[in-house]
Design a protein around this ligand. Structure first.
Ligand SMILES: Nc1ncnc2c1ncn2[C@@H]1O[C@H](COP(=O)(O)OP(=O)(O)OP(=O)(O)O)[C@@H](O)[C@H]1O
Length: 200
């Protein structure tokens, strides 16, 4: 499987933000998107995910088969917001996403253990600390299988131990054939990742 971005251009509020962005990622490869505030990293991720229209160009999945014919069907998108309901428990939130996106290799409890949140699934999501919320949102990536992760500042709010744990998780995901595109200001510890610098 391959993710191809061809001559992508993005605009916000009718103003161009970037143009002529192109890359190709094979299964197992990762791309780190860097650049100053406002250079268009989030806009690029949202265009790739299909959440915003491209001003020009396109992003496509090749060889995704019947299961993953499009980027939208192939990706998990983790944005700045965690996309969890504060009044539902962590477990209820993750069950919702598993039912919505389809079952994955890991169950809800296993996914919570993997991000170091074992035993707190019963708590309302709104009770969690900022870093715990991010870790629960990362667990969302694990309860349904998708071959492409689009991650916007995934480690924002994480402590050092959680950063290291997430780096290991991303490495294992790529080793298993996953593709990652991650916008970040912080080093992600993802060996061998390519870099796309926006705003130059
Ligand atoms: N809804 C919107 N309407 C108009 N302009 C917007 C909108 N959302 C973002 N922008 C503008 O688009 C540009 C790119 O924003 P974007 O969030 O993609 O940048 P970024 O590189 O992700 O920034 P950061 O590093 O601060 O997260 C900015 O100039 C921003 O002000």
């Amino acid at each position: 499987m391959r993710l191809i971005a061809e001559n992508l251009g993005g605009e916000r509020g009718g103003e161009p933000v970037f143009s002529a962005v192109g890359f190709a990622l094979e299964s197992g490869q990762a791309l780190i998107v860097t650049g100053p505030n406002g250079s268009g990293k989030s806009t690029l991720l949202r265009i790739i995910a299909g959440l915003l229209p491209a001003a020009e160009g396109r992003a496509v999945i090749e060889d995704g088969g019947d299961e993953f014919p499009s980027v939208a069907s192939a990706c998990h998108y983790l944005g700045h917001q965690n996309a969890m309901k504060t009044v539902l428990s962590v477990t209820e939130n993750l069950r919702f996403w598993r039912d919505f996106n389809g079952e994955g290799v890991l169950g809800v409890e296993e996914a919570l253990e993997t991000v170091g949140l074992g035993g707190i699934g019963h708590l309302p999501f709104g009770y969690l600390s900022t870093g715990q919320r991010r870790r629960a949102a990362i667990a969302k990536l694990l309860v349904s299988d998708r071959p492409l992760w689009l991650l916007d500042e995934p480690t924002a709010g994480l402590d050092k131990a959680s950063e290291r744990r997430f780096a290991g998780l991303m490495s294992r995901y790529c080793a298993g054939g996953g593709i990652i595109v991650a916008a970040t200001h912080l080093p992600l510890g993802l060996d061998g990742a390519r870099e796309l610098r926006m705003g130059d």
